[in-house]
Every structure is written in structure tokens, then in C-alpha cells.
Ligand binder design. Sequence first.
Ligand code: IVH
Length: 686
Amino acid sequence: MTPAEAQTKIADLRAQVARHDELYHRKAKPEITDQDYDVLKRELADLETQFPAAAQAAGGESPTERVGDDRAEGFQTYRHRQPMQSLDNTYSETELREFHARLVKLLDREELAYVVEPKIDGLAVSLTYEHGKFVRAVTRGNGIEGDDVTANALTIETLPRELKQIAGEPPLAAIEIRGEIFMTLAEFQRINRAREEGGLELYANPRNLAAGTLKQLDAAEVAQRRLQIVLYGLGFCEPAGAVGDTQSSYHARVRAWGLPTVEKFWTVRGPDEIWAAVRELDAMRGSFAYATDGAVVKLDSLAQQRDAGKTSKAPRWAMAYKFAAERAETRLRAISIQVGRTGVLTPVAELEPVQLAGTTVARATLHNRDEIARKDIRVGDWVSVEKAGEVIPAVVAVNLARRAPECVAFVFPEKCPACGSAVVQLEGEVALRCPNYECPVQVRRRVQHFASKAGVDIDGLGEAMVDTLAEKGWVRSVADLYRLKREDLLTLGKSVEKSTDNLLAALERSKGAELWRFVHGLGITHVGVAAAKDLAGHFGSLDALATAKFEDFIGEKKATRIAGIGETIALAILEFFNQPRNRALIGELASLGITPAAAVKTAGPVSTLLAGKTFVLTGTLPTLTREAAAALIESAGGKVSGSVSKKTSYVLAGAEAGSKLEKAQALGVAVIDEAEFTRMVSVGAN
Ligand code: IVH
């Protein structure tokens, strides 16, 4: 390659990497896999090292020298007390051993101790605690300053509002603790299922969904997607020695303060022990709550970390070894179309079976029509299959070199394969749908969902039985299940007496199932098990839920009235019961003697200090929007009022507060700032 060619290539790669950085960090919608991204970046870094003059001449700053920037519109930014860096990474054992060799030379020591930790596939965040109290959560941003996501982080149940004091140790004045916000696979699947039903674009993996969620501007929406957090690193600490002098002592402190830490870490010496720990981690990572895409190897001694130093982008004392996602190439035999419970048509890749990460993969989702077009996937193609998020197989790319000339672009059907209705695309949706509510496949999927383990749990009503009941024409809605006749069921085969009686007994039992099971079983968009439980606890009966109004869910200033239920879910519920057939179903169930009830819980106050208090908001708060502050107050049992009176408990004042502040002072009403407010929200909220 000539220097001129290198310069062109470098400029091209820089533009590509910058584009993928933007898609990953800011949009949470990557178009290529992490591994393909790492390959591009490595190619760029290698060229820059090989042709330094060309790299200089290519102009601009290289993405190899800075961390990806996640800052987004609508957030206040906050400067980290210590920069948040990224990590150098490798997929090669040799390079991992070279990392150790470099440190041996740099520190002039033969023997070095390391900590090997899981590399969590989430998004980096820095938590600040002052005098033991949680005050702030900030994303990595550009490493120097990040987005203040405190209001959203407060929705994370496992994030302690207060650190436990360690006996015999001086109280901490201030500490910045680094970690990762993530979403469990189960939560990811729940949300994607709801999106699929809603005809919305799917998230590619839990990491992207966690990132997209944390950057929502409405904390009430964030609360509906359950995020979690794990902590593994230190930014700033005062007094300085409070975490001990090694990374392992730091882990012990983090745990003792009551913060969630990595599930396991290894303290090892030398490269062989590093490698053994990495292998062990790889073997067990499937059992962790978070997706783990590698191992992070860190010098254990904090003094040695300081001596080793850092580059502009990453510390020299740490290295990430990434596990290559297993990929396999196979032929796409056909694309079949599945009809879901809500009529969404999902294209599925029918593959020539292939071994992948210990299982045989014969099918993979293709998500929707647009996705097939974007990747230009054609029947007969050789495609690469990967386990996205380590579990769900996905077609990630087409091998164009092996494409046969007769392969033609896939034409998405215009008719529902089950009932022949013309498919429709609703405004704002990517999915195509069968609009026929009576479509036999939709009917079966609805009944199956109602009877499932997470529904009213009817033993003996699996897919095959539901299909039979539907084919016979006995079951067209879930209410029909309770109208099944013993004499009809007995005609289904020879010795079916016992199974018939079992089924009838299970149906009878299901009438007494908990209310949340019915609520979930109805299949309302966005209402998963957790939301169904929240709704059941709040409304106490199907009828109360079915007749609820918008104001029963959402209060003034869009504040949620029911913990865990924000505007999206509320609107989906109203839309569901706006359909006469759904309201009629509740009536039918009641006439069949099914009126499940739950003890009504008034939403328990989240914070003990806000319950029953009246707040007035004025001025611009440093990080919280008014809506977010109001949501926090209302979800903790407080009230927000528009004007100051003697009855006002607190005025929460920000910058440029006007007459309301003056009135509060005149009346002697307590005035608090956001920091004080955040502390109040925290008290008793653990
Ligand atoms: S230590 C100075 N430890 O991976 C950099 N990072 O690809 C300290 N990550 O930006 C980072 N698990 O967001 C560290 N156990 C772990 C980690 C971890 C995940 C993330 C972190 C970092 C990124 C680099």
C-alpha cells in the first residue's frame, strides 16, 4: 500500500468507525456486530501505526484516540471528577500475554498480581455518593463529561440510596463509583415481545435496550423497564485511601457499602493464571444476571495502576479479552411467515441445520420486512448466524461471494398466510399485520397466551390442544374455554376420559387464579407480568381496570399514579378496553362466574418523607425536569400544587425562581434545592 492509498483508506475507516460509534453510543441502534466493529477499528489502528504520516495527513481526530461519545439531546451534562476512560481490547490469547509482558517491563517487576472480572455488556455509568448519600448518576459521555441521568437511575430498585457505613472506618466525604447499567435477558425478551405485538422495531440485544432506556427523557417510562446496575471501578474518592490499596479490597468495600458488585472475580498471578481464570469465566458466564462479552484483566495493586499510567483513551493497567461470538455459515432454505397473537407477521429464516455454541440452529428470526431488505437477505443465500445477546440466533450477514445468480429478492406476502386477509401497515409501525381479529391463528395464540403458565395457568391446554379446540370451532375466545362440554371433549379420542376430567378440573381451578394472571392473560400490549401485578394490586378487579380512565393512571403533569405504570402502558390499556369486544369479554367472564379479585393496595409510599406532603416547583432545576420531579413526588405519595400557600410543605426551587420563592419566604414555607430533594426521595426508599 502506498502512503497515498493508506491516507485514503484511513480517512474512509475513520468515517466508518465514527458512524458506527454514533449508531452504538448515541442511537443505541448498531448496524454491525461488536466483533465486526472491533475488526474495523483494529484495521484503522494498525494502519495509523504503520503509516503515521498518512494518519496525520488524513486530518481530524481519530476515533482510535477517543472514547465513543454517548451524550444526547435533552440532558444536562456533568463533568466527571476523574475522566472515564475506555479499555483496550483483544480477542487473542497471545495479545493478552503480551499485555502482561509489557507491564513486567514497564514496572520492572517479574511477578504481578491481577484481578480478572467479567466484562459486563451494558453501558458505563458513574455514581456519586456524598456523605454516604446517593446524589448523582452520569453516563460516560465523551469521557470528560457525561449526561446526568439521576432521575432515570433512581428507578433502579437495586441502586442503594445510601451507603452502609463500615464499622471502624471514617465516613466517606465523596466517592465516584463506576459500573454498568444493564438489563436481564428475561426483561429484554418481555419488552421486545411487547414491541413485536405493537408492530414496533425490535431492539437487537439487552445492551442496546438498556442504553436506549437510560436515555429516555421521561423517568416514569424508564421505571417500566426494569434496569439493573453492577459496580466494578473507582473514579474519585475522598478520603483517598478509603477503598484500600488493591482492586480486590475495592470490591470488598463496594460490597460492604451495600452496592451490587460483579458476581465473581479472580485474584491471580502471572499470565497462565490469568488465562485459566478467563477460561473459567467463559465457562460460567451463562449463569450471570448480565450478558458478559469478555473478561477484564486489571493490575490488582492500585499503586502499580498509578505507575503504569494511561493513554488518552485507556489505562495501561487493564485489558479486555473479548469472547468471540460463535458464528456459523449455513444456507437459507426458505423464509416462512409467522402470525402472532396480535396479527403481526414475523419472517423466520428456515436454515439448513447448523451447530452453534453447543446447539443445533435451524430457525432464526428475521424481525421484519425492512430488516430483510436492509441486509438484502435472499432465499438460497449463504448466511452467517450468530447468537445475539448470547442466546437468540440471528442472521447477521449474507455471504455475497457465494450468492447464486438465480437468488432473487424476497417478496413479502401481501396476504395473511393463515386467513388470506390483505395485510396492513399501521402508521408509525414497521410491522405488517393481519387485520382480521377472527384470524384462526390469532385466535389460537390469544387462547394459548391466556392459558399459559404466566396466564391463568391451565394444565393440559398446550398448543396442540388449543389447535384442536379451535379447529372444532368450540373455542373462539377465552370465554369459550369455560363453556366446553364434557360430552364434546369425550369425542376427541378413545381413552380420553381421564385427560378430559383433568382439563375440566384445571379450567375450574383457573377460575380462582390470582387477578394479575387474568390481567396478563388478556394480552394487552405492553402489559407484562410485572405490570399486570401492579395493575391488579391497584385496581382490585377486572371491571375496575376495564372502566378506568386516563386520569386514574396519569395525574397532573403526566405524573404516574400507579408505580410501574406510565403513559405508554396506560394508553395501551385504554385502547384495549375501548374495543367493545374486549369490554364484552369481561362481561362474559363475569356471567360465567369468573370475577377474580385482589386486595386493593394503595400505592405504598416510596419515600417516608414525601408521603402526604405538598410541593410547589419553581425555577429550573439543575438536572431534573419538572415532569421528572413531579413523577418522583407523586410516586412517593406526595402532591404537587401550582401555587404557594400556608398548606405548602416544601417549595422545590431551582435557578431563576420567581414570585413563588418570595411568597414561600414570606409565609415561612421550607425551601429546598434539588440536592436536598434527591436526599429526601432517597430516605426510606431502599
Ligand atoms: S474497567 C478505565 N471493568 O467496558 C476503564 N470496565 O469496553 C475502566 N466494562 O468503558 C473500565 N465491565 O464500560 C471495567 N469489569 C469491568 C467492566 C468494564 C464492562 C465496560 C466499561 C468500559 C468498557 C470498555
